[in-house]
Design a binder for this molecule. Structure first.
Ligand SMILES: Cc1cc2nc3c(=O)[nH]c(=O)nc-3n(C[C@H](O)[C@H](O)[C@H](O)COP(=O)(O)OP(=O)(O)OC[C@H]3O[C@@H](n4cnc5c(N)ncnc54)[C@H](O)[C@@H]3O)c2cc1C
Length: 305
């Protein structure tokens, strides 16, 4: 039953018609509980509040699978402005973005050019830009862009997904670049040809990757809401005497807020992924797919302003 629900929401997440309707429907329905604001300015108070609570942030301007160069260029400009605003306002925030929002599905030159424009600004302000990982079909291209950018810029990082069979090898290949990596389980619908179909195997691979990346000495972001993975990380860092400055936990805005604060109180670094913007639909559907309990949470959000 759980996998039927998951597949249903992942199927819905790709509907451009529903995305269009949702965009015009407004953010009241999208539940302010998991989106920072309709634009960056309206997300600033949320970021400040999280910063005041001892948490760092990474902001994500929602929007993906862009098919027009004009829109990809607009997204790039918006991202540059966001980096400038983070610096001006003295916010403790990174930026996360998706390659399909910068033109990955349109033209290679376009996406490389847009990414360089963003990283020129990020480098100037010393603000990290993390390339989110999208579906498996786009994984190789995304890693190629990351490698190319990492050879030229310092403030760039990316994400690896534990559900893909290929990921351990990707982690090994990236090691020589000494990358800042966010490790996640993976949020897209993938076939058993490329991804572990069973949750148990994903969890085991996730633990393997966390341990490997931490022991390599590279900076590691453990992005999960799963207590077992958090406990696993705590045990590994204790066992190997790894400093808290070498890793951070990451969670999504609006998810497990009490746990986020508890981790800060325990002395761990915590970063909250805070999306903003009107293109909330795909993000929202993936969250519903991950956890059926989020459905009840979402329905409550629809009836409350
Ligand atoms: C900061 C961040 C960035 C991400 N970036 C990407 C990315 O770039 N690409 C990508 O593919 N995926 C990304 N993801 C999503 C990720 O891949 C997973 O789909 C998502 O985090 C769900 O997996 P999980 O490890 O949190 O826990 P799951 O495996 O979904 O759940 C395990 C257990 O954790 C607990 N749990 C989970 N969620 C909650 C909750 N909301 N409230 C209470 N308990 C909960 C439950 O006990 C559950 O049984 C990101 C996730 C985070 C947190």
């Amino acid at each position: 039953m759980e996998s039927v629900t998951r597949n249903f929401f992942l199927f819905l997440s790709k509907s451009s018609l529903l995305n269009h309707i949702a965009r015009n429907w407004g953010s009241a329905v999208a539940s302010k509980k998991i989106i920072g604001g309709k634009d960056f300015e309206s997300a600033i108070p949320v970021i400040k509040r999280l910063n005041d609570q001892g948490m760092a942030v990474t902001v994500d301007h929602l929007g993906e699978f862009v098919t027009k160069a004009e829109i990809a260029n607009e997204r790039t400009t918006e991202c540059i402005q966001t980096i400038q605003r983070i610096a001006e306002a003295g916010l403790n925030s990174h930026v996360s973005l998706k390659m399909t929002s910068l033109g990955l599905d349109i033209d290679d030159d376009l996406v490389y050019h847009n990414m360089k424009r963003i990283l020129d600004t990020a480098e100037k302000h010393r603000i990290m830009v993390t390339i989110d990982m999208e579906d498996e079909q786009r994984c190789q291209k995304t890693l190629d862009i990351f490698k190319e950018m990492k050879s030229q810029y310092e403030y760039v990082s990316t994400v690896l997904q534990a559900y893909l069979y290929r990921t351990e090898k990707d982690l090994d290949d990236l090691n020589e670049l000494q990358p800042f990596l966010r490790l996640v389980k993976g949020a897209y619908k993938e076939s058993a040809e490329v991804a572990y179909p069973n949750k148990k195997d994903v969890d085991l691979n996730y633990q393997k990757l966390i341990e490997k990346q931490l022991l390599s000495g590279n900076y590691t972001a453990i992005a999960t809401h799963d207590d077992q993975m958090i406990e696993f990380t705590k045990n590994i860092v204790k066992k190997h005497n790894i400093q808290t400055s070498q890793f951070e936990f990451q969670m999504l805005y609006g998810m497990r807020s009490e746990t986020q604060q508890a981790l800060v109180k325990e002395g761990y670094q915590m970063r909250v992924y805070t999306p903003y913007g009107r293109e909330w639909y795909g993000y929202y559907m993936r969250r519903l797919a991950e956890r059926p309990a989020n459905i009840a949470f979402a329905l409550k959000g629809m009836t409350r302003k």
